[in-house]
Design a protein around this ligand. Sequence first.
Ligand code: ATP
Ligand code: MG
Ligand code: FE
Length: 336
Amino acid sequence: VKILAIESSCDETAAAVVVNGREVRSNVISSQIALHTLYGGVVPEIASRKHIEKINQVITQALEDADTTLEEIDAIGVTYGPGLVGALLVGVAEAKAIAYAAKKPLVGVHHIEGHICANYIENKELEPPFLCLVASGGHTHLVKVADYGKYEIIGRTRDDAAGEAFDKVARAIGLGYPGGPKIEKKAKEGNDKAIVFPKAKVAENPYDFSFSGLKSAVLNYINGCKMKRQEINEADIAASFQKAVIDVLVEHAVHAAKEYRIDKFAIAGGVASNQTLREAMEKACKERGIQFYHPSPIFCTDNAAMIGSAAYYEYLQGRRDGWDLNAVPNLKLGER
Ligand code: ATP
Ligand code: MG
Ligand code: FE
């Protein structure tokens, strides 16, 4: 089954051709990061317009790179939520138009399901059940993948997402947008034990996360330095903040794997491309006999190959969408 997948939920316009959910024939990503950097974050209106400008080009390129044509495609997969409504609509409208014109089935995909399925691409042996930590710009979910297309959220953030915390702290120490990669780079020059930031625990659910307190602690620390006219060491802040986030993510991961008795753990989403996080997860899993999986960085941040993988498993389960498929900005995982 050969799927043409389209992703436009945030600030990358992407298209890919994926065979049987695991074999990526092409993966084209047009990133708008440079454009939004000017404003310190994603501007929804600009994102939508840029998607419209790029989408046809990106799809044509994806078909060409895969050395295929629309006629040879079996289904069109598209992200229909969650994300920015105006951005999602561009992909959804495009997918519907192509599916209608080429008489191909249409399969709507949940963006976070896509992030999780990114793990299938390079780990051919990975099959459910497994646990997955999704840490991205808008989500921090601990998910039990019971079966293909069957998800149970066992923990989630109560406030900021992990990626969002990276972005906000990066802005506070003047590193700019997007924060994740910049903090990671800066942290390499710093001492992660220089400052002890609080590791937030959430009372009722041991698997839930909270990152807004950590973000505030970093801001307070910076203000404290300014008041005392102390020098602000950005590298130490970056390293110590990154460590606080990673410690919590790893603790939750191994705790969940133990309690749920699942010996396979995967990570997904933009934050999963963080090398220090990967190493910490790998080590913690290894010590406990848990098999650890992660996608390559290019499949961690937004891309359409992961949507093609998710679309394939939805397609196998019989999912077909009609011409009334709409963008759903706050779509919940497991809902349709
Ligand atoms: P969502 O998937 O929740 O809708 P999104 O699509 O905007 O949000 P992704 O593209 O999955 O998010 O990931 C982007 C996020 O990942 C940003 O917050 C970015 O700072 C973070 N990120 C990217 N690279 C790294 C890194 N190396 N270390 C930490 N965080 C990173
Ligand atoms: Mg993005
Ligand atoms: Fe994403």
